[in-house]
Design a protein around this ligand. Structure first.
Ligand SMILES: [Zn+2]
Length: 260
């Protein structure tokens, strides 16, 4: 299998729209620093609008592959009637391409060398230099595009997919409890067996994060799921077979769990 990059994403988006033209629509929510498109896939007729975001970090392209495969399987089944799905499978295509080109897990940032998950306007002044959050909050076109989308759609909840740890981040001390956050986290824990991490304590860790910003802005749940184990799976394993990397047998129903 080829590693999952920007070209593979665009091919899959076209395939989905060709196969399920009745059920799915695609919009471009913005462009990356290098001008790559940021597609949004929409499907479903329900009132609850659910957001999913993948490949916020370049080296975590498996999360984009995971989302596209999951959406494809959902669409092959019955129409989604009780929710509406909004999927941004690859927020950081420039970072993905760099990570794949260099063949290394060192590359997570966008083309301006900014860590998008530290660039959101939430306690931005507390983001330590080492996290590479950029010169100011929402300085990056990818960050701006996602904020714009959230402001327009006012999602019921958000799910950000990352790669390392096989765990779920669901609360932080900057926001404290958000109605429904624990229930949603518990549902994911039950489905895939990933560990729930207790509330993120330090501002240096939660500041600037997408899901943390979302919780603050909308007072609604936003979770971060780390799909790949910390050990055993190497970068080249992730390139060769995303299904093994994300333990597909355990995680394949994650989206179904989310929409139900
Ligand atoms: Zn990440």
């Amino acid at each position: 299998m080829k590693p999952y990059g920007y070209t593979e994403l665009l091919e899959d988006v076209l395939k989905l729209t060709a196969l399920y033209s009745e059920k799915v629509s695609v919009e471009i929510i913005g462009k990356s620093v290098k001008g790559r498109l940021l597609p949004l896939i929409k499907s479903g007729k329900g009132k609850r609008k659910l957001l999913m975001v993948g490949a916020v970090h370049g080296r975590e392209f498996v999360s984009a592959a995971f989302l596209m495969r999951s959406v494809g399987e959902l669409l092959s089944e019955a129409e989604i009637s009780h929710a509406s799905l909004y999927v941004v499978p690859m927020l950081n295509p420039d970072g993905v391409e760099t990570a794949l080109l260099k063949g290394s897990e060192l590359f997570k940032n966008n083309a301006n060398n900014v860590n998008l998950n530290a660039n959101f306007p939430f306690f931005f002044e507390k983001v330590p230099k080492s996290r590479q959050g950029g010169g100011f909050a929402a300085s990056e076109p990818e960050t701006k595009a996602l904020i714009r989308l959230c402001e327009k759609e006012r999602f019921s909840s958000a799910l950000a997919l990352h790669a390392r740890g096989n765990c779920i981040f669901w609360r932080d001390e900057g926001n404290k409890e958000i109605l429904g956050d624990f229930e949603l986290a518990k549902r994911f824990e039950k489905e895939c067996g990933f560990e729930l991490i207790s509330s993120t304590k330090k501002a240096e860790d939660y500041s600037g994060g997408f899901e943390n910003w979302f919780r603050c802005r909308y007072k609604r749940p936003a979770l971060c799921v780390e799909l790949v184990k910390d050990e055993e799976i190497s970068f080249s394993d992730m390139c060769q077979n995303f299904e093994d990397a994300v333990i597909w047998s355990k995680t394949k129903n994650l989206l179904k769990t989310y929409i139900n």
